[in-house]
Design a protein around this ligand. Structure first.
Ligand SMILES: Nc1nc2c(ncn2[C@@H]2O[C@H](COP(=O)(O)OP(=O)(O)OP(=O)(O)O)[C@@H](O)[C@H]2O)c(=O)[nH]1
Length: 476
């Protein structure tokens, strides 16, 4: 058994421990940085110093450190994290790995993403569910392109708390000036990111544990908290609960004529029995009758909870619809302005039909224009006809039907979408809605079927000499 748990159970008893554990808040964070900045070592150090490692695991690490480690006499804690054999042999982290640990105050899930440039898409995958980004910088190297790139993606994906961990301070003699100059350079760059991001910076040595779990004597000039304390104190729960209520319906549950429930997970906000709500896109109103869960009915429920709602009136709601507060003015549109991160080797094709999945709803759409691509090394923009692998651009997307549109920055689940290749069924891109372009609303399924629109696009692409008209434009 692991020693922190053992100690706590001995102090307060198993029942009290489980109860306390159940009520701790859960913080998801992402670690990112360039290759060899020390992510794995840092995560290993967090687990080790917060006593999350089993004795036998620790013994194995001491033995392995002698064989494959890169740390001389010290245990190579990266081995704890870089658990995969292939990865050990290559010495790199190859996919997003999730780890779990807890302290007396909080539970944590870490999304560990690889530092290599071509893995930007993995980072996007890891970041989309995180509350905090821990951005590692090697104190010897300072702010790199990769640092700027990851910070930009994290901000685009809606992360509002950054902890910039300036690592390997032992290799620069724990020099305050080095820390200050990296800090200033980073903060100057960060001015160009979303203004609502809270940024904390901490000097670290992941290898020796300085300022990771407890404050180090090596940095008397540093007046902030240790990394773990910063993570324990991030104030993120409130943000989730203050946002508007969004409930994408995943499944309509009708076991008999007396019960009709709408099952799903609350994407944001909270709902109470008696609340007046409306279903989108129909706009039909009703009142919440019951909030049903496996453990019985609830008087209210919050973001992240899986529930079934029943309503006082029989209104027509199907899978893919969204239930919101009755007085909430959510725009309905089939024309979106969105930041798109392209994740496929084959570039984005303007005009081509893709499957688009928004909050559990699958529809069809295409990118009708790319306003610009962003050079994520310096955040400058430039014009382009297409987006390559890892490219990020501001695009106009046209869907075959109108949907309830949320800005991603307000609601990650209902404002984010994924783009799927219709032939291979592979996810090729991720989009973050900025706004609905209501005035330019064009296509409606009533006029042309998805197949007709796609066929038209294919004809125009492969047989341009036929001079076929673009039917989606005809409709506008
Ligand atoms: N001196 C010193 N070395 C460190 C520190 N943190 C990490 N290292 C060393 O830096 C090297 C890379 O560390 P890793 O933890 O494997 O780096 P990573 O960022 O996870 O790298 P990838 O898994 O390849 O993405 C290893 O040799 C570590 O021992 C530190 O604070 N000080």
């Amino acid at each position: 058994m692991n020693s922190l748990i053992e100690q706590q159970v001995a102090e307060i008893g198993i029942e009290a421990y489980l109860d306390q554990h159940h009520h701790k808040s859960l913080l998801r964070f992402l670690t990112c940085g360039s290759v060899d900045d020390g992510k794995s070592t840092l995560i290993g150090r967090l687990l080790h110093d917060s006593h999350q490692i089993y004795e036998d695991q620790l013994a194995a690490i001491y033995t392995d450190s002698q064989k494959v480690g890169t740390t001389g006499d010290k245990p190579d804690l990266a081995l704890l994290v870089d658990g995969l054999q292939a990865e050990r042999e290559q010495g790199i982290t190859i996919d997003v790995a999730y780890r779990y640990f807890s302290t007396k105050k909080r539970k944590f899930i870490i999304a560990d993403t690889p530092g290599h440039e071509q893995y930007t898409r993995n980072m996007a995958t890891g970041a989309s569910t995180c509350d905090v980004a821990v951005i590692l910088i090697d104190a010897r190297k300072g702010v790199l392109d990769q640092t700027r790139r990851h910070s930009y993606i994290a901000s685009l994906l809606g992360i509002r708390h950054f902890i910039v961990a300036i690592n390997k301070m032992d290799l620069v003699g724990f020099d305050e000036e080095r820390f200050t100059s990296i800090r200033d350079e980073y903060l100057e760059f960060a001015e160009k990111l979303n203004k609502n991001i809270e940024i904390k910076l901490v000097p670290l040595s992941a290898l020796d544990g300085d300022n990771v779990v407890s404050l180090s004597e090596q940095t008397p000039w540093y007046k902030g908290d240790s990394l773990l304390t910063l993570l324990e104190d991030v104030d993120f729960v409130q943000e989730q609960e203050s946002s508007d209520f969004r409930f994408p319906v995943q499944y309509v549950n009708r076991p008999n004529l007396d019960f009709r429930g709408f099952a799903g997970t609350i994407a944001s906000g909270l709902v109470k029995v008696g609340d007046k709500v409306k279903a989108l896109p129909s706009g039909k109103m009703s009142t919440i009758d019951r909030i049903v869960t496996f453990d019985g009915d609830l008087p209210e429920a919050y973001s992240g909870q899986a529930i079934t709602l029943t309503l006082k009136d029989e209104i027509d709601i199907s899978r893919g619809d969204t239930i919101v507060a009755a007085d909430d003015d959510v725009p309905l549109s089939n024309n979106l302005l969105a930041d798109i991160v392209w994740m496929a080797e084959a570039p984005l094709e303007v005009g081509r039909q893709y499957d688009i999945k928004v909050a559990g709803k699958k529809t069809v759409g295409s990118v009708q224009g790319i306003r610009h691509q962003v050079d994520i090394n310096n955040l400058e923009t430039f014009t382009t006809e297409t987006l390559p692998l890892n490219g990020i651009g501001l695009c106009e997307v046209v869907l075959n039907e109108a949907i309830a549109v949320d800005a991603y920055q307000n609601s990650i689940d209902t404002g984010g979408f994924i783009i799927i290749d219709r032939l291979t069924n592979v996810t090729v891109g991720a989009g973050m809605v900025r706004e609905a372009l209501i005035d330019k609303t064009v296509v409606s399924t009533g006029d042309f079927s998805a197949f007709e629109i796609e066929f038209n696009a294919l004809v125009r692409k492969h047989f341009p000499h036929w001079n076929a008209d673009d039917i989606s434009k005809l409709l506008g």
